[in-house]
Design a protein around this ligand. Structure first.
Ligand SMILES: Cc1cc2nc3c(=O)[nH]c(=O)nc-3n(C[C@H](O)[C@H](O)[C@H](O)COP(=O)(O)OP(=O)(O)OC[C@H]3O[C@@H](n4cnc5c(N)ncnc54)[C@H](O)[C@@H]3O)c2cc1C
Length: 289
């Protein structure tokens, strides 16, 4: 679905409650966890969904306003804000800049800079929610395979918390594969702040991280290698009748995953057949941007 297809007509005001940098200062990447209080209890979201942010213009290229999506990083249970009727939403935003291919000039991403510059008490315009929620199997014995890249960790932060804190007693294997350019850029999972630390003791939970060997050279994040290293278990999960897989992050990760899974399957055709079965059974969900 193209961005222009998302309606931004229903608008709500949100007040920035907190903005915390979750990558260490020495990291080149600034990723922030931003907590929003949405007026009047609107915008109740479910895991896997995103909200829209409208940045008032005018902007450089003449558009009167700028609209971008951000995935919700907290659970529905945490949506009820402390101060009564508002909805509390957390988003994980990476401050982005882009280099113009022709001029070589560096441009600031409009919405990501706007959001990262907000301070507590500031008000912004939000819309949504958008996208299908991550479908959770009914049986707690089902295996869950989560694969995320960069800010694609946001829905999994909410998901894992939901499984172990709200539902409790998840019996199936939960495996999180998470990649970022460098250890410092592992959002919610770096040396300074690890929001998953409470779950490492859970018998059913395991997380595997992958970082680029040469982060300054724009090498791809070797998520595929991490999957291959664990291929016996991963492929066993993929073949199980009730496993659900969730993929979140930048589009560029998909070909890499296809190659890794094709290798496990024995051929690209076999993998595409299995993937089609998973998709048909609503057991393969992508949140890709
Ligand atoms: C479903 C979904 C969920 C998402 N979830 C998240 C999330 O959880 N966290 C997150 O950080 N992001 C998320 N994103 C991405 C996010 O929506 C934005 O795309 C991202 O923050 C960049 O937006 P921006 O406004 O900062 O950049 P923009 O201003 O939109 O710039 C982006 C593009 O415009 C070009 N560009 C920008 N400025 C110039 C210029 N001056 N001259 C020439 N070209 C220029 C760049 O080449 C680039 O391609 C998600 C996207 C989708 C679709």
């Amino acid at each position: 679905m193209k961005l222009a297809d998302y309606s931004s007509d229903q608008r709500l005001t949100a007040t920035v409650n907190q903005s915390v940098r979750i990558t260490p200062q020495e990291s080149d990447a600034e990723i922030r966890n931003i907590t929003l209080d949405v007026e009047g209890g609107g915008l109740a979201t479910t895991i896997g969904q995103s909200i829209g942010v409208v940045v008032p213009g005018p902007h450089e290229f003449g558009h009167s306003e700028h609209f971008r999506l951000y995935t919700v990083a907290n659970t529905r249970a945490a949506n009820a804000s402390e101060n009564g009727s508002n909805t509390q939403i957390e988003i994980c935003v990476k401050r982005c800049s882009y280099v113009d291919e022709f001029s070589g000039e560096r441009h600031k991403g409009i919405a990501s800079h706007f959001l990262c510059d907000q301070r507590p008490g500031d008000q912004i315009i939000v819309t949504g929610p958008y996208g299908l929620p991550f479908k959770l199997p009914e049986e707690k014995s089902a295996d869950l395979l989560m694969i995320g890249l960069g800010t694609g960790i946001a829905p999994f932060r909410a998901f894992v918390r939901h499984l172990y804190e709200h539902l409790g007693g998840w019996e199936g294997r939960v495996r999180l594969f998470y990649g970022a350019k460098s250890g410092l850029e592992l959002a919610y999972m770096n040396d300074q702040q690890d929001d998953f630390v409470n779950y490492y003791d859970e018998e059913t939970f395991a997380a595997f991280t992958a970082v680029s060997p040469r982060p300054h050279m724009d090498d791809p994040v070797p998520l595929d290698e991490q999957l291959s290293r664990n291929q016996e278990e991963v492929w066993d999960m993929v073949l199980k009748h009730d496993t659900h897989a969730y993929i979140a992050g930048l589009e560029g990760m998909l070909p890499q995953l296809d190659i890794a899974f094709a290798d496990m399957a024995g051929s690209a055709e076999k993998w595409q057949r299995r993937k089609a079965e998973l998709i048909a059974g609503q057991r393969w969900t992508e949140l890709i941007y």
